[in-house]
Design a protein around this ligand. Sequence first.
Ligand code: GAR
Length: 216
Amino acid sequence: MAKTKIAVLVSGRGSNLQALIDAAKDDDYPAEIVLVVSNKADAYGLERARVAGIATAVVDHRDYENREAFEEALDTVIRDHGTRIVCLAGFMRILTPWFTERWRDLLINIHPSLLPAFKGLHTHERALEAGVRIHGCSVHYVRPEMDDGPIIGQAAVPVLHGDTPDTLAQRVLEAEHKLYPQCVALACSGKARVAGERVRLQVREFGADLLMNPHD
Ligand code: GAR
């Protein structure tokens, strides 16, 4: 089976990128990472890509006059590598509707909360402040609104007595590393299609720690 060419966009540590790199080593994984792009030259994610022998590019937003020019450069480098699907993995720039519509249903994000709760930053602090008992992460197709769009998969983790933002973040991050490769695989094999602004999953079996859409 031909693998879907994906690009991964990072701004920092890149642990979710690493989870994707590791998953993609499997011959049966339906995606191949053809490019890792960062808006920051010192992002550790770039080093992870180099170690794995994956092409890298830096598109530094500070080198461009405005968001549009930055995103045009980003779009060009991504397309030059034959990318079919773009995965955001801790990419900390807000993308304009021009970019998100250009990649509509082909642009995926991972967010550290059970969306639509806790969009934006500091999700773990806010979950603790809100006193929720269940927290987690979501993988979704990107829409112009921040942290919004059809949900492919979610993983839940308990909030434990004595949790700090750091301990909770660590538990969620472990769930992210399982969830993201599974969701990217579903998207790349055409098993997670958008229908009416919801994702219809064409799978019976789904990881036990992923919450399925009850209507699928
Ligand atoms: C991850 O927790 C990811 O969910 C989050 O940034 C972290 C990146 O870590 N993304 C967002 O908050 C996007 N709204 P990583 O660089 O180690 O993958």
